[in-house]
Design a binder for this molecule. Structure first.
Ligand SMILES: Nc1ncnc2c1ncn2[C@@H]1O[C@H](COP(=O)(O)OP(=O)(O)OP(=O)(O)O)[C@@H](O)[C@H]1O
Ligand SMILES: [Mg+2]
Length: 266
C-alpha cells in the first residue's frame, strides 16, 4: 500500500551566519537522512529532546521549509509535482503558540474566511461568496467548540485555549488530510490541555484525519498517538507502537527521555 505522506532520506542544514559581512560561522545539521511514512488514519507521535529536529521535520512535511537532500512524497508522488495550493489541502500544521501564529490585526472571521477562500479557489477554481464563507466560518468555529459570537473577536480577546481552537479551525479550513500538531498544548494551562487533546482526537475521527503530533511531553503523545518515533540529533533512533516504546523502550536514549518525565516510570 502506498503511504499517504512520506519523508525519504531528508537532510536539512542550517547555516549560522554572523559578524561583519554575514560570514558563515558554522552549519547545524538539523535532520540527517530521516525517513518516515504516514498511512491514512495513522496517529503518530514524534518525541525527542529540544533541538532534535522535530519542528524542522514538521515544517518540511508541511512545505514551509525545503529539504537540502531527500524528498517528500504524497501518495507516492514527489512534492514537486504538486502546487502550493494543492499541498495546503494535503498537510496543515498547528503551532505551539497560537498568539504568534494568528495575525493580531485580523478578526476570527477574517482569519477563517481567508483560509476558506483559498480552499474554494483550490477546489472550485474561484473564491467563495461572502455568504458561503460566513456560513462555513461559523460551522468551522462550532466544530472546534466555539460559538459564532467569537467570529467578531480579535485574537487578543481570546484565552490561550480559545486561540488554539481558532488556529485548529483555520488549519481545518483547508480540508487537509494530514494535521501536524507541533507542541499543540505546551503553551496552555494544564486545565485546558486535556480539552484541546480531546478536541484533536474528536476531529481526527470526524474528519478522518491523519495526525502527526510533536511533543516533548510523553504523556501527550502517549494519549494521542498509536505509533511513536523518537528523534535524537536529527535522526530517528526508535520507532514502534506507542505502548511498546513507552513500556519497553529498546534505545537508551528513549529510556533517558522517559526517566526525565516525573511520574512516567511505567
Ligand atoms: N531557522 C534556523 N536557523 C538556524 N538554526 C536552526 C533554525 N531552525 C532550527 N535550527 C537548528 O536546527 C536544530 C533542530 O531544531 P528544531 O527546531 O527542529 O528542534 P526541535 O526538536 O523542534 O526542538 P524543540 O523541542 O526545542 O522545539 C537545532 O539545532 C536548531 O538550533
Ligand atoms: Mg520544536
Amino acid at each position: 500500500m502506498t503511504s499517504l505522506l512520506e519523508a525519504e532520506d531528508i537532510t536539512k542544514d542550517f547555516h549560522i551566519e554572523g559578524g561583519l559581512f554575514r560570514r558563515r560561522r558554522g552549519t547545524v545539521r538539523a535532520l540527517d537522512r530521516v525517513t518516515l511514512a504516514l498511512n491514512a488514519g495513522d496517529s503518530v507521535g514524534l518525541v525527542g529532546e529540544s533541538g532534535s529536529g522535530k519542528t524542522t521535520l514538521a515544517k518540511i512535511l508541511t512545505g514551509l521549509l525545503s529539504p537540502d537532500g531527500g524528498r517528500v512524497l504524497w501518495e507516492g508522488r514527489p512534492a514537486a509535482d504538486y502546487s502550493r495550493a494543492q499541498w495546503a489541502g494535503h498537510v496543515q500544521m498547528i503551532f505551539q503558540d497560537p498568539s504568534s501564529s494568528l495575525n493580531p490585526k485580523l478578526t476570527v472571521r477574517t482569519l477563517l474566511t481567508e483560509a476558506l477562500d483559498v480552499k474554494h479557489r483550490r477546489t472550485e477554481g474561484r473564491g467563495g461568496s461572502t455568504g458561503t464563507l460566513r456560513d462555513e466560518a461559523g460551522v468551522l468555529l462550532s466544530s472546534v467548540g466555539l460559538s459564532p459570537e467569537f467570529l467578531r473577536s480579535y485574537p487578543h480577546q481570546l484565552s490561550g485555549g480559545q486561540k488554539q481552537r481558532v488556529a485548529i479551525a483555520r488549519a481545518l479550513a483547508a480540508e487537509p488530510r494530514v494535521l501536524v500538531a507541533d507542541e499543540p498544548v505546551s503553551a496552555l494551562d494544564l486545565s485546558i490541555q486535556a480539552q484541546i487533546l480531546n478536541l484533536l482526537l474528536d476531529l481526527k475521527d470526524r474528519y478522518s484525519l491523519t495526525l502527526l503530533v510533536i511533543s516533548h511531553d510523553l504523556a501527550v503523545v502517549g494519549y494521542l498517538a498509536d505509533r511513536l518515533i523518537v528523534m535524537k540529533e536529527g535522526r530517528p533512533v526508535e520507532e514502534g507502537p506507542a505502548g511498546t516504546v513507552l513500556d519497553s523502550p529498546r534505545h537508551d536514549y528513549t529510556r533517558t527521555l522517559l526517566a526525565a518525565v516525573p511520574g512516567f516510570i511505567r
